[in-house]
Ligand binder design. Structure first.
Ligand code: HMG
Ligand code: MG
Length: 289
């Protein structure tokens, strides 16, 4: 089982307060010391579109790079790949969506245009690639998404040769029933699938347990402290908190050599800069213990 810690990227991209680079570096270093095998550090996107992550180069230059941890970042196009490779990243995260409206707002392109942008990126890099499919269940602009649309995007990305898909519930509204309907259609055609649950309606843990127990999915994205949200997905809350997910998976019998509290402690590095307390279940439990 593998947890992809996306807190430094998804967790911070939507924060209103500017978080100093040194604080981000300390956050990433604390996360890479937890034993998690993969950390998504930042984004090489347009700084006009996501100002909070405009210091991606600086963060990469300053973080520790312990052996055995994969350090990845979002890459939207060839320009992003050049910047990312200059920083020595280990893995490229491409991103598109099943919903045309969301893609227009998020990357100013249709789904097909975005995949056309990825082709030269995948061809040019020897690095491992993942591709996110946002709004795989619900879209903030179009409502419920037809699983057939997700399958179509997944099969185009698989044809492109990406190594992994991360199928995302961008606005955190999916239920275990939605997960079953989608995975029934997706798994027969897709390359290895990770799941990326936001937790707006409190269903993320139930969804992850369903995907693992019933479908054997073993890769989940999560964000320390439950930080996160997409600036172009109004109303979306953070990712499922890594500490809550790890707690739930271990309590349900998963072999996962990670200590949930280590993720609370990492998120506490960011907490003073948020202007609000951390909201994960475990962070609250730690406060009252
Ligand atoms: P655009 O404006 O359509 O394209 O942006 P452009 O090519 O005209 O570029 C505009 C400006 O950005 C130009 O600068 C480019 O040089 C520059 P100017 O000439 O105006 O000074 N530019 C870049 N600068 C640095 N690095 C680059 C880069 N590319 C262009 N790589 C673009 C298109 C894709 C760039 C833009 O829309 C963008 O950056 N979008 C990113 C949005 C984003 O990061 N959203 C959040 C992440 S997705 C997410 O959170 C969902 C996920 O978590 C899964 C889920 O939960 O669903 C992954
Ligand atoms: Mg996300």
């Amino acid at each position: 089982m593998r947890i992809v810690e996306v807190g430094p990227r998804d967790g911070l991209q939507n924060e209103a307060n500017t978080i100093p680079t040194e604080v981000k570096v300390a956050f990433v270093d604390a996360l890479s010391a937890t034993g998690v095998r993969e950390v998504e550090v930042s984004s090489f996107v347009s700084p006009q579109w996501v100002p909070q992550l405009a210091d991606a180069e600086d963060v990469f230059a300053k973080i520790k790079r312990p052996d055995g941890v994969i350090f990845s970042a979002l890459v939207p196009n060839e320009r992003g790949l050049e910047r990312a490779e200059a920083c020595g990243i280990d893995k490229v995260s491409l991103f598109t969506a099943a919903s045309e409206s969301f893609n227009q707002k998020n990357i100013n392109a249709t789904t097909d245009e975005s995949i056309d942008r990825f082709r030269p990126v995948v061809a040019a890099t020897d690095l491992t690639t993942r591709a996110y499919i946002s709004t795989a269940f619900w879209c903030p602009y179009e409502g419920k998404i037809d699983p057939a649309a997700v399958v179509r995007v997944a099969s185009r990305l698989t044809d492109l040769g990406v190594d992994e898909l991360s199928v995302a519930d961008t606005i955190g509204k999916a239920s275990p029933a939605d997960v079953r309907v989608l995975l029934d259609q997706l798994l027969p055609i897709a390359v290895p699938v990770a799941l990326h649950f936001h937790d707006t309606y409190g269903m993320a843990i139930a969804n992850a347990l369903t995907a693992w127990k019933e479908y054997g999915i073993e890769v989940f994205d999560a964000s320390a402290g439950g930080l996160g949200g997409c600036p172009y997905a109004p109303g979306a809350s953070g990712n499922v908190a890594t500490e809550d997910l790890v707690f739930a998976l271990r309590a349900s019998g998963a072999t996962l050599d990670l200590a949930p509290r280590a993720f609370v402690e990492a998120a506490q590095i960011i907490e003073p800069h948020l202007g609000r307390p951390l909201e994960s279940h475990l962070a609250k439990a730690c406060r009252t213990e």
